[in-house]
Design a protein around this ligand. Structure first.
Ligand SMILES: [Zn+2]
Length: 283
């Protein structure tokens, strides 16, 4: 058996703060952050991976990205409609599946160290993210996987705990599977256990039988790598007539980062310079 656990509490709290997200939108981003971190644990070299939940629910697109930068793991998340809130389900849980939608795609974007990009997707199963990730693992690597992702939101509406666990049954583990599956049911209250202080190791210990061989432990940080320079580079892709219109009619442009909501303002002169550069290149 193989297991990975991630604690994404700080990242989920930061995502909720920058997007001013409702409880259900924050829970969806937290679960997506855990899904991205779990998938990212399988990649060893420099990479960028994004999980996208593209469903027909009122939140619109929900996405979380993990990027390896100099031995650190940086994560960030976005949601199209962070203000959308829904009543709790009858069992008292946040209605994440309903908010994301049950029709749509669970998509994974991957960029390797050389800049090559790959994309794969499977249909959404429930929109609750845990089941969707388990389905993705089965479809993409044909390994039976149990996934739990959870976010606890306190009575004040803010995230108090977030994390996830995946356990995969490798060939030869048939004899252990039933017992592990039974112990895995205890992770239904994953976010409560994290709120009480459980570490990733504690979560794995509660599922896997001994002996456990620990592989590695890596820090995860909420961090956006957007910059003024990158935002300007995005504007450079606009057609010249649009750049000219922005410069002369709007007297500048503003670019807002979808991940951290930071705003970058560009002057009329900067846009004109960009337009002139583009015109020179195309000659
Ligand atoms: Zn940003």
């Amino acid at each position: 058996m193989r297991a990975v656990a991630v604690i994404t509490t700080e990242a989920a709290r930061a995502a909720q703060r920058v997007h001013r997200a409702s409880p259900v939108a924050a829970a969806a981003m937290g679960r997506a952050l855990s899904a991205a971190a779990l998938l990212g644990a399988d990649v060893k070299e420099a990479f960028r991976l994004e999980v996208q939940l593209d469903g027909d629910g009122p939140l619109g697109l929900v996405a979380a990205e993990i990027r390896q930068v100099g031995g650190e793991q940086w994560v960030r998340a976005r949601v199209q409609h962070p203000e959308v809130d829904l009543p709790l389900r009858s069992d008292g849980k946040l209605a994440v599946g309903q908010a994301i939608g049950r029709q749509g795609a669970f998509r994974v974007w991957f960029e390797d160290a050389g800049g090559a990009r790959y994309q794969s997707e499977v249909p959404l199963v429930t929109g609750e993210i845990g089941e969707d990730l388990a389905h993705y693992y089965w479809q993409s690597v044909q390994v039976p996987s149990a996934v739990a992702v959870g976010v606890l939101v306190g009575t004040d509406g803010t995230v108090t705990a977030s994390g996830g666990v995946v356990v995969q049954a490798l060939p030869g583990s048939e004899a252990e599977r039933e017992a592990v599956a039974e112990r895995f049911l205890g992770l239904q209250h994953l976010s409560h256990r994290i709120a009480e202080g459980a570490t990733g190791e504690d979560l794995i210990r509660s599922v896997l039988p001994e002996p456990i061989h620990w592989l590695e432990r890596e820090p995860l940080r909420f961090r956006c790598q957007c910059s003024r320079r990158r935002s300007l580079a995005l504007l450079a892709h606009l057609p010249p007539e649009e750049l000219q219109a922005l410069a002369h009619e709007q007297h500048g442009a503003e670019v807002t980062c979808h991940y951290c909501r930071r705003r970058y303002r560009f002057s009329e002169a900067e846009l004109e310079a960009l337009w002139r550069e583009g015109a020179n290149r195309s000659q």
